[in-house]
Design a protein around this ligand. Structure first.
Ligand code: ASP
Length: 322
């Protein structure tokens, strides 16, 4: 615990964690159901929405970020905990990292099992999220996801299981920390981008390559006015010639094109012809970023008014250690 006087703001947005025995749980109920609460730090509740996270949009991301920035601006606020559906939790985490770039802890949590059921994981996850938010050094890690006793950095976390309580993973990087009652261990500080954007540019598409497919989707996106395209390529970032041609033509038309991989873990290493075509590896601090995270990241970098060269420089610079 960091010993400072103040409070934690808990913002409820919906999701499985909000499914209570008698209907939808709001922020006040999230706080009441937490498996444990700090003795000396009040938790203030605030309701943002009661939606399944599959319905979250960039408008919601912008509005939620405004609320979070508003809370963080209050000197008494020690950190923000957001309860959220797990389906698009990783996208909201990246949006908040890019739109808030917080120096205080911002923690997104949720549940895989409804709070009305025995075996619900929400009460423990909320308690862990609050405990993490009050721990020393948590502010340096930026926005994180706390689920199943693990702390994951916004750029690294992925939902990899549809029903398991252990659904979230940071891939090869591993979680940045662990939470047990009375004990938070931060094992490393994740690399952050050091950019705070005012908005998200909605015109970014994510396209997954398939054997024989993908080029036409890139052409469609470019013709449809996409200012950014993220390609989930094969393996280490392999792209067939036909796809490189489409991507290069999209880039020449003004779109910024990032490349990540459709494979769940492992690094990306773009080949010379992709680099020559002006395609940018989707990495932060040398670590691959998933397609979902790269899309939101690119929306924010374009929203900040950055062009292709600046985006490439920012990503290859390796960001900053929180
Ligand atoms: N459908 C839920 C959601 O809002 C799933 C969950 O929260 O686990 O994302």
């Amino acid at each position: 615990m960091n010993g400072a006087r103040g409070y934690i703001q808990l913002i409820a947005t919906g999701g499985t964690i909000s499914i209570g025995p008698d209907g939808v749980l709001r922020a006040g109920s999230m706080i009441k159901m937490a498996r444990r609460l700090p003795a000396d730090v009040p938790i203030r509740g605030e309701d943002f929405a009661t939606v399944p996270s599959s319905c979250m949009t960039q408008d919601d991301h912008r509005k939620l970020a405004e609320r979070v920035n508003g809370s963080l601006a209050d000197d008494g606020c020690l950190g923000v905990v957001i309860t959220h559906g797990t389906d698009s939790m990783e996208e909201t985490a990246v949006a908040l990292e890019m739109l808030c770039a917080p120096s205080k802890p911002v923690v997104v949590t949720g549940a895989m099992v409804p709070s009305k059921d025995s075996g619900a994981d929400g009460p423990g996850n909320v308690a862990d999220a609050i405990e993490y938010a009050l721990s020393d050094d948590a502010g340096r890690a930026g926005v994180v996801v706390v689920m199943n006793s693990r702390v994951h950095a916004a750029f690294e976390v992925q939902k990899l299981h549809t029903i398991s309580k252990d659904a979230f993973s940071s891939g090869d990087a591993g979680p940045i920390g662990l939470v047990a009652p009375g004990d938070v261990e931060l094992v490393r500080t994740p690399t952050r981008l050091g950019l705070k954007s005012d908005t998200l540019d909605d015109s970014v598409e994510l396209i997954k390559l398939t054997a024989g497919g993908g080029a036409r989707l890139i052409d469609c996106a470019a013709q449809g006015g996409a200012r950014g395209i993220v390609i989930e390529a094969f393996g280490v970032g392999n792209l067939p010639e036909r796809v490189i041609e489409s991507a290069e033509s999209a880039r020449r038309g003004g779109a910024v094109v990032l490349v990540t991989t459709r494979v769940g873990s492992g690094p990306i290493l773009l080949c010379g012809s992709a680099i020559k075509a002006g395609l940018i590896p989707a990495t932060v601090g040398g670590r691959r970023v998933s397609g979902l995270a790269a899309r939101i990241m690119l929306m924010a970098m374009l929203g900040a008014g950055l062009g292709g060269r600046e985006i490439s420089d920012l990503l290859s610079a390796g960001g900053s250690e929180g």
